[in-house]
Design a protein around this ligand. Structure first.
Ligand code: 5GP
Length: 146
């Protein structure tokens, strides 16, 4: 599947939203959900998705839904900084398989960086320990603004 296609409600993020598979959730509001990436490229790698939009990528999403996602991305990124004190933070988003997208429900990556730690490969890392992800999610959530 690539840039064009039909939204598949069996995708992994749709299943997380329905509670069919577990995720280390950080925060959710009426429009968005933030949770830890299960195959992190660095410690604290998390994702933000829209809870209702069935946009598969940036090209399809309605501007209002995109605004809600990006507002949540900024809020969670600030909390990641407070919680984990990274030296830098990558914000990334992939459109189409050729660009590296593997899950076709629009999402934005928040990837903390430290200059002395290598960045893991996108989509190529090992699965993180779930208890560790839950601990990180709790730490990040505790540093959200109100
Ligand atoms: P994409 O490759 O589409 O930009 O990003 C998909 C992201 O979802 C990847 O970073 C991958 O590690 C993550 N991912 C894949 N499967 C799961 C899962 O079951 N749970 C969680 N929390 N993340 C996942």
């Amino acid at each position: 599947m690539s840039l064009d296609g039909v939204y598949d409600d069996g995708n992994i993020f749709a299943r997380i939203l329905r509670g069919e598979i577990p995720a280390a959730r950080i925060v959710e509001d009426d429009q968005t959900l933030a949770f830890m990436d299960a195959f992190p490229q660095s410690r604290g790698h998390c994702l933000v998705i829209h809870r209702v939009s069935t946009a598969r990528n940036l090209l399809e999403v309605r501007p209002e839904a995109l605004a809600a996602v990006m507002s949540s991305v900024q809020r969670v990124t600030l909390a990641v900084r407070r919680a984990l004190a990274p030296e830098g933070i990558i914000i990334s988003q992939f459109n189409g398989a050729a660009a590296g997208q593997t899950v076709f429900h629009l999402h934005v990556h928040i990837i903390p960086r430290w200059s002395d730690r290598p960045l893991g490969r996108h989509g190529g890392g090992g699965m993180a320990d779930f208890a560790e992800l839950k601990d990180l999610a709790t730490r990040i959530a505790s540093r959200l603004d109100s």
